[in-house]
Design a protein around this ligand. Structure first.
Ligand code: CAA
Length: 380
């Protein structure tokens, strides 16, 4: 067993860390406040190849392995969780399903520009009454001649307001329940599609998260992604990889909390010594550091499973579950160590605390990860 990263993985970490410090750190606080989608830095991330990491070069991507992809998201999220999830959504939820289920024509038309970062993609599964219970899709698609007519609405679509293309799910045969769901590639500029206003969120505030309304949206047959009726499988298999991205995001936020809290504990004094000299604080930091390492091992292991062709349903669910819980705990403790300053927006730990919470919710709540793990243990 070898725990060392390859030379390429180390280079990617160094490159993304340097980029995050130089380009993202100066704007992280401002975009958290304004909620503005960071288009300028997203373009720079595209130039670095970060938006199509999991896509081979022949389709416009940089063709790295999944471990490198996790490292990149970790390093971005250590500084700004919004940047981390923007990279994750484009790679895992938009590029990946088209790479794996798309026709050659779909890859040329939609995947290539997304992998290059010339266009952005988003993943439209969630509906007002279909969150954790994703199979309960109310959006419908009805075949009408050579095209499908789509109606319904999707909510909480990360990057929905910035994307040009949606991987979108709709019910084509309700009687078949989850086997009646179909995936579609839906361009944003089609008639009848409206993008709602951006959600005012607690954290990851710069991700242009929106609702999408579909009113008699006509989509050509050629835009069905995979087979008709195969959509739930497309959705689930896509999320298995997406969960590695969110685990990496949680890992990065937790590492950011650890960095900040250790630095503060070394200089802040109370009762004649630094906080770091107090055992209560040492134990909190030791626990955060241990949780960060476990998150890292689980996240890289799930990524390695994907890279080596092993099954990663369980390992990605475990990585996301553990890393998300560890991240929220790390952020809460980091705020506690900072005391009153931690509650102030002047220090990043306040933002990290708000950003951390979403990792326990999106791409499957903690409870859903446990459902997935229980299923893999043969208990469902
Ligand atoms: N991977 C592959 N296949 C899976 C799977 C997985 N993780 N989970 C379920 N399946 C398969 C099952 O094997 C089964 O297949 P067969 O027909 O071959 O037997 C089929 O899907 C149906 O499975 P279930 O009977 O378990 O389905 P269910 O309806 O009871 O529940 C669920 C399944 C696991 C709870 C699923 O609904 C789920 O994962 N829900 C969470 C949805 C989610 O993560 N949403 C996130 C929204 S996207 C988002 O947040 C993105 C963003 O903007 C950042």
């Amino acid at each position: 067993m070898d725990f060392e990263h390859s030379e390429q993985q180390q280079l990617i970490r160094a490159m993304v860390r340097e980029f995050a410090q130089r380009e993202v750190a100066p704007i992280a606080k401002a975009i958290d406040k304004s909620g503005e989608f960071p288009l300028a830095t997203v373009k720079k991330m595209a130039q670095l190849g970060l938006l199509g990491m999991v896509v081979p070069p022949e389709y416009g991507g940089s063709g790295t392995d999944t471990v490198s992809y996790a490292i990149a998201i970790e390093e971005l999220s250590r500084i700004c969780a919004s940047h981390g999830v923007i990279v994750s959504v484009n790679n895992s939820l938009a590029c990946w399903p088209i790479l794996h289920y798309g026709t050659e024509e779909q890859k040329q038309r939609y995947l290539v520009p997304m992998a290059k970062g010339e266009e952005l993609g988003a993943y439209a599964l969630t509906e007002p009454a279909a969150g954790s219970d994703a199979a309960k899709q109310k959006a419908t698609a009805v075949l009408d001649g050579d095209s499908w007519l789509l109606n319904g609405n999707k909510i909480f679509i990360t990057c929905g307001g910035a994307a040009q293309t949606y991987v979108l799910f709709a019910m084509t045969e309700p009687a078949k329940r989850y086997k009646g769901i179909t995936a579609f590639i839906v361009p944003r500029d089609v008639d009848g599609l409206t993008v709602g206003t951006e959600e005012e969120k607690m954290g990851i505030r710069a991700t242009a998260t929106t609702e999408i309304f579909l009113s008699n949206v006509r989509i050509p047959k050629e835009n069905v992604l995979g087979e008709v009726g195969q959509g739930f499988k497309v959705a689930m298999n896509t999320l298995n990889g997406g969960r590695i991205g969110i685990a990496a995001q949680a890992l990065g936020i937790a590492q950011g909390c650890l960095d900040e809290a250790v630095a503060y504990a070394k200089v802040r004094e109370a009762f004649g010594k630094t906080l770091g000299q107090m055992q209560a604080i040492q134990w909190m930091l030791a626990d955060i550091a241990t949780d960060v390492e476990v998150s890292r091992l689980l996240t890289y292991r799930a990524a390695w499973h994907e890279d080596t062709g092993a099954d990663y349903i369980m390992s990605s669910a475990m990585a996301k579950l553990f890393a998300a819980e560890a991240c929220v705990t790390a952020a809460r403790k980091a705020v506690q160590i900072y005391g009153g300053y931690g509650y102030s927006k002047d220090y990043p730990v306040e933002r990290f605390y708000r950003d951390s919470k979403i990792t326990e919710i999106y791409e499957g709540t903690n409870e859903i990860q446990r459902v997935v793990i229980a299923g893999q243990l043969g208990l469902r």
